[in-house]
Ligand binder design. Structure first.
Ligand SMILES: [Zn+2]
Length: 215
């Protein structure tokens, strides 16, 4: 899977450049239809007090996500960074996950990067990511430090309405990879576009626009 990532990303970048050029021709009205949503990234610390992942790791996950979402008219930008204090650095139970709800932001997509994420249905099995619905219906994403590229993109696929996993090899919402290009199918893409409109209409997410400066 790793070997195929750079190729998949280049393809996605070419597509997004084409989309960007089309929008430039169509003018500002079209640009307003391509929202940028803010990501709040809370990063756990290791036993030396260092962040468990660095900026490059986070940017890589976001770049991968944009590779899948930008062609659909949705992009992400890292707008908030904060430490994830103990005892939230390792999540083992449903209660551990639910305890993150009070730490979430308003109008942004929360991503918690943790040292370990145990499956709540199969104790002893560790996951690379999850899109979780906390108490009160607040949804957020957890990504483990062990996550491969495209894990954040996969969890955002859930966040944007694709609740089911796919059985199709190399589908972004599948667990199966054979080194080929990872993709979303037409139905999944429509779900993401519908969710994007819904998030904007309800004010659940705000369009934060392009950066005035890099993060
Ligand atoms: Zn999943």
């Amino acid at each position: 899977m790793k070997a195929a990532q750079p190729r998949a990303r280049r393809v996605a970048t070419v597509v997004s450049v084409v989309v960007a050029l089309s929008l430039a021709v169509a003018g500002q009205a079209a640009a307003a239809e391509e929202p940028i949503f803010g990501l709040s990234i809370a990063i756990a610390r290791d036993d030396k007090g260092e962040r468990v992942v660095d900026d490059a790791w986070v940017e890589r996950q976001i770049d991968d996500a944009n590779g899948f979402f930008a062609p659909l008219g949705t992009r992400f930008r890292w707008t908030i960074e904060k430490p994830l204090a103990e005892p939230h650095g390792e999540l083992h139970t449903r209660a551990d996950r639910n305890a993150l709800t009070p730490l979430t932001e308003t109008n942004a997509i929360d991503v918690f990067v943790v040292r370990a994420l145990e499956d709540v249905d199969e104790p002893g099995r560790y996951r690379m990511g999850v899109c979780w619905t906390g108490r009160g219906g607040k949804r957020f994403i957890v990504v483990a430090r062990t996550a491969r590229p495209t894990v954040l993109a996969h969890e955002l696929g859930h966040f944007f309405g694709n609740r089911q996993h796919s059985e199709v090899v190399n589908n972004l919402m599948s667990y199966s990879r054979d080194g080929g290009t990872v993709f979303l199918d037409a139905r999944q893409s429509e779900t993401i576009q519908r969710s994007t409109r819904s998030f904007l209409e309800t004010g659940r997410l705000l369009d934060v626009g392009p950066p005035r400066r890099l993060r």
